[in-house]
Design a protein around this ligand. Structure first.
Ligand SMILES: *Cc1c(COP(=O)(O)O)cnc(C)c1O
Length: 493
């Protein structure tokens, strides 16, 4: 049986269902599995399985308190025809890498992989735990989580969802996706600040006992749809198992041989899921962590020092990675420290107080499995243009950051281990930059860019982005970054 503990040393253990309902631990730590489960099937036995069947081999190992039937229901309800690709997650070779296309869900970004199943995991958990309060999902977004969470939770009984996004830090398409969201339980606000302000504001609300009391009096309880919720992380492990199986199936490697994983990284959730897949038994050689100009993780992996004290925040053409405080790194620190909650708490307090911390030699040693690199905006666009003219394969800006860092990694190390790249969004979500990259004129309007890019490449526009421009705007609120609580309270009254 797998139980969940806080990264900051609190002794309380929780079942999977309890950890998913709570979202974040009382000591502000993140829930982590006490031990890592192993896959109980051979890779060979997964070769002819579809995505849902692979998920059914992964999720029960982590969520041991759910029954097989409960998880089968969650998995089958989440990964159905909502996904526009019949494989759910195609694994496509282009140039010298395999792209794990994680963006064929409703909102055209990889967040759908976890957020299409989280509402089912959460409502099942509420039934199991006889939870009678209304669950209020509180979410800070750099653009993609917000929409995916809204789609997942819209009109789910006994839930409300409140989303905060940086008003001038998301793409036009991302913003339009969120402010046109339907559903009586959905609440969406821009904030005057960046993503870190939104995330910090939300974490403060979670940590405030007086707010919790006010909410309890209203019959409500907070939970999170951010990747601090273990219910987001666990479903993401599946696609690393899935992509390994697809590489074996396509003959790129034999079962047991290693692969590398490249992940365009923001909050460190996606790459951490790859790390969890390795702990389950998937042979992953290197974790290649790709950042944009907000390269705090590149520097951290190279030096063991996490330092945001004198770092400017850059708004880039890969906005979903414009993050300086990568929440899920805390989980990696916990695992690499040998499950030392006191050590992690001291590091996190250091980050709070001094805006930096230096890890121990032991953690540094563990970081050697990771490679950190970054690409600036120009290099990102150049990568899109080059790969497209070479192979006709179209990447979005985030995936392009990963592709560029992978080319640097190969040149630097000569490592030719078969490699998968997490392809995290449809190019149409960031069409302005992608148009420019493939040699089309620069468009100010994201919707004009979508049409032009479609006419030029012939790549199908995802359903969720068609006719988006003419949808009715339903959410117009913009709040000060210090006034998030008032917005939450107001939404529930
Ligand atoms: C969220 C997001 C990322 C970053 O993923 P993390 O799990 O936060 O590291 C990268 N690309 C896109 C398109 C995203 O939406």
């Amino acid at each position: 049986m797998i139980q969940y503990k806080s990264t900051r040393g609190s002794r309380n253990v929780k079942s999977g269902a309890q950890a998913i309902i709570k979202g974040i631990a009382e000591d502000k730590g993140l829930y982590v599995p006490e031990t890592f489960p192993k896959l109980q099937v051979e890779i060979q036995d997964l070769i002819d399985c579809d995505y849902r069947q692979v998920a059914k081999a992964v999720l029960p190992q982590f969520l041991t308190d759910y029954t097989q039937e409960e998880l089968a229901h969650c998995i089958d309800s989440a990964y159905d025809e909502k996904f526009e690709a019949p494989e759910v997650v195609p694994v496509v070779k282009a140039d010298n890498a395999w792209f794990i296309e994680l963006y064929h869900g409703k909102t055209a970004a990889f967040k759908d992989m976890a957020l299409s199943i989280l509402p089912y995991l959460l409502t099942t958990a509420m039934k199991k735990e006889r939870e009678e309060s209304k669950i209020v999902i509180l979410t800070a977004t750099s653009g993609d989580t917000g929409k995916a969470a809204l789609e997942g939770f819209a009109d789910v009984p006994n839930t409300e969802i409140v989303v905060f996004f940086p008003d001038s830090g998301v793409s036009q398409v991302q913003k339009q996706q969120m402010v046109t969201q339907e559903g009586a339980n959905t609440h969406v606000f821009g904030i005057t600040g960046n993503f870190d302000d939104a995330q910090t504001g939300v974490k403060h609300i979670f940590g405030n006992a007086a707010y919790a009391k006010t909410l309890a009096d209203m019959g409500c309880k907070l939970s999170s749809a951010n990747s601090i919720n273990i219910g987001r992380l666990v479903p993401q492990v599946t696609y690393y198992v899935w992509s390994y199986v697809q590489l074996v199936k396509q003959g790129a490697l034999k079962a047991g041989e290693p692969m590398n994983v490249v992940v365009p990284t923001g909050n460190f959730g996606n790459i951490l899921a790859a790390y969890y897949a390795k702990q389950m038994g998937i042979p992953i050689h290197r974790f290649i962590c790709a950042s944009n100009e907000n390269k705090v993780l590149t520097d951290f992996i190279n030096t063991g020092c996490y330092d945001i004290s004198e770092r400017a925040f850059h708004v880039t053409n890969s906005p979903s990675m414009d993050i300086l405080i990568s929440s899920n790194l805390e989980r990696l620190l916990y695992h690499l420290s040998g499950n030392d909650g006191d050590e992690v708490k001291a590091l996190m307090d250091g980050l709070d107080q001094n805006k930096k911390y230096q890890v121990s030699e032991k953690i540094k040693e563990g970081l050697k499995e990771f490679y950190g690199g970054f690409a600036d905006e120009k290099e990102t666009k150049a990568a899109i243009g080059e790969l497209y003219s070479k192979t006709q394969y179209l990447m979005d800006t985030h995936t392009a950051v990963a592709y560029k860092v992978y080319q640097d990694y190969r040149a630097e190390t000569g490592d030719e281990t078969p490699t998968v790249i997490a392809s995290t969004a449809s190019a149409y979500k960031f069409a302005e930059a992608v148009c420019d990259a493939v040699g089309l004129p620069q468009f100010r309007n994201g919707f004009d860019a979508i049409s032009a890019l479609n006419a030029f490449t012939g790549v199908t526009v995802p359903k969720g982005l068609r006719n988006l421009e003419s949808k009715k705007v339903l959410h117009t609120g913009v709040v000060d970054k210090d006034a998030l609580w008032d917005a939450v309270k107001g939404s529930l009254e």
